[in-house]
Write a protein that binds this ligand. Structure first.
Ligand SMILES: Nc1ncnc2c1ncn2[C@@H]1O[C@H](COP(=O)(O)OP(=O)(O)OP(=O)(O)O)[C@@H](O)[C@H]1O
Length: 309
C-alpha cells in the first residue's frame, strides 16, 4: 500500500480527457514516465436506452502505470461505462481508443489481447476446473490450431498464485464460494496479460484481508506499467488504493484526477450525500476516509424507533 504516487492533475467538475496528459507508466527501474504508453481514451461517449442517457457525453482516460478508481452512487452508470470501455457494448455516440486505435474497429482477438474485463459477479456455471477457467484467459493468444503450451501452463499457475488460489487449482469452479470465484476470475484476467485491466467491483464478496490483498495486487500491476481501471463501491477503499479517481454521477463525469485532490469533503457531500473527509492513515500514510454520518443516522433511527419504556 506504499507504492509510489503518480503525478495526476485534478480536473474537478470537468471532463477527464485532458486532465492527465503527463501520465506514463512508472518504470519500476527508474520511475521515468513514458509518454507513448498504451492508454485508453474515451471521447464524448453517450449511451441511451429507452430515451434515457445512461452515459452522457463522457470523456475519460485510463493511463498506463496507474490504478484509476471509478466511483459514483448506485445507478450512476459505472458498469455501463466499463462495458463500453472494454469494447463489449458500443456507445451510441463518441469514440474509444486504446493505444490510438479505435476499439470497435479492432479485431476481437486483438482487443482481447489488449483488454481484460472482470465483470461484477462474473462466473461460469460450466463444470470446469479452476485451472481450466483461468486457462480461458490464454485463448486470445492462441491461433486456431495451437494448444496450451508449457508457457501457458506456467502463466496460468502464476496467475493462480498471485491471487492466492493455487491450492484450489483442481477444484470445480461451481464448488467455490463467491469470494473464491471472484479471485479465480481475476486470475483469468491476469492470464490474459492485458495492457488494460478493467474490473467491476473486484472486492465484492471478499473479506477484508482479501480486499486489501487484491487492491495491493492491482496497485502492483499498475506500478509495473499496466493501466488498471476498477469500479469500487467502497469510497474508503478507492481513496486508500487508487492513484486517480473518476467520479461518475447520473451518467456524467463530475470530477476526475489525482485521488487526494478530487475527493474533497465538498465533492463527497455533493455526489454521495455523506459528510466525509480524507485523512492520513497512520499505518500506511495513504489517504483514508473518515465519515461523520453515523451519529445522524443513529439519531434518525432513534427518532423513528423510540425505545420502549
Ligand atoms: N439495459 C438497460 N435498460 C435500461 N436501463 C438500464 C439498462 N442497463 C442499465 N440500466 C440503468 O442504467 C443505470 C446505470 O446502471 P449501471 O449498472 O451502469 O450503474 P452502476 O453505477 O454500475 O450501479 P451500481 O453501483 O448500483 O452497481 C441504472 O439506473 C440502471 O437501472
Amino acid at each position: 500500500m506504499t507504492r509510489p504516487r503518480s503525478e495526476a492533475h485534478s480536473d474537478v467538475h470537468g471532463s477527464d480527457a485532458h486532465g492527465s496528459e503527463a501520465h506514463g507508466p512508472r518504470d519500476p527501474r527508474d520511475s521515468v514516465p513514458r509518454l507513448d504508453a498504451p492508454r485508453l481514451q474515451a471521447h464524448r461517449i453517450t449511451r441511451t436506452v429507452d430515451g434515457r442517457a445512461l452515459i452522457d457525453g463522457v470523456d475519460c482516460t485510463a493511463p498506463a502505470g496507474t490504478l484509476t478508481a471509478l466511483v459514483g452512487p448506485n445507478g450512476a452508470g459505472k458498469s455501463t461505462l466499463l462495458r463500453i470501455l472494454a469494447g463489449i457494448d458500443r456507445p451510441d455516440q463518441g469514440s474509444v481508443t486504446q493505444a490510438g486505435t479505435d476499439l470497435f474497429r479492432m479485431p476481437r482477438r486483438e482487443r482481447a489481447r489488449r483488454i481484460a474485463l472482470v465483470e461484477q459477479d462474473a462466473s461460469t456455471e460450466l463444470a470446469l476446473s479452476v485451472t481450466a477457467v483461468v486457462a480461458l484467459g490464454r485463448t486470445p493468444h492462441h491461433s486456431l490450431w495451437s494448444h496450451d503450451s508449457a508457457l501457458d501452463a506456467s502463466i496460468v499457475n502464476s496467475a493462480l498464485d498471485r491471487v492466492g488460489m493455487s491450492e484450489y487449482a483442481e477444484r470445480e469452479i461451481t464448488s467455490l464460494s463467491g469470494g473464491e470465484r471472484q479471485r479465480v476470475q481475476l486470475a483469468r484476467a491476469l492470464a490474459q496479460e492485458p495492457e488494460l485491466l478493467i474490473l467491476d467491483e473486484p472486492t465484492n464478496h471478499l473479506d477484508i484481508q482479501a480486499q486489501l490483498a487484491t487492491l495491493e495486487l492491482l496497485g502492483g500491476l499498475a506500478t509495473h506499467g499496466m493501466a488498471v481501471l476498477a469500479a469500487l463501491h467502497d469510497l474508503g477503499l478507492a481513496a486508500a488504493s487508487s492513484d486517480r479517481v473518476i467520479v461518475l454521477s447520473a451518467g456524467r463525469v463530475v470530477a476526475a484526477g489525482e485521488t487526494r485532490a478530487v475527493l474533497t469533503a465538498e465533492l463527497i457531500r455533493e455526489v454521495f450525500n455523506v459528510d466525509a473527509v480524507l485523512i492520513e492513515n497512520p499505518l500506511t500514510g495513504r489517504p483514508m476516509l473518515a465519515s461523520a454520518t453515523l451519529g445522524s443516522v443513529r439519531a434518525a433511527v432513534a427518532i423513528s424507533c423510540p425505545a420502549s419504556s
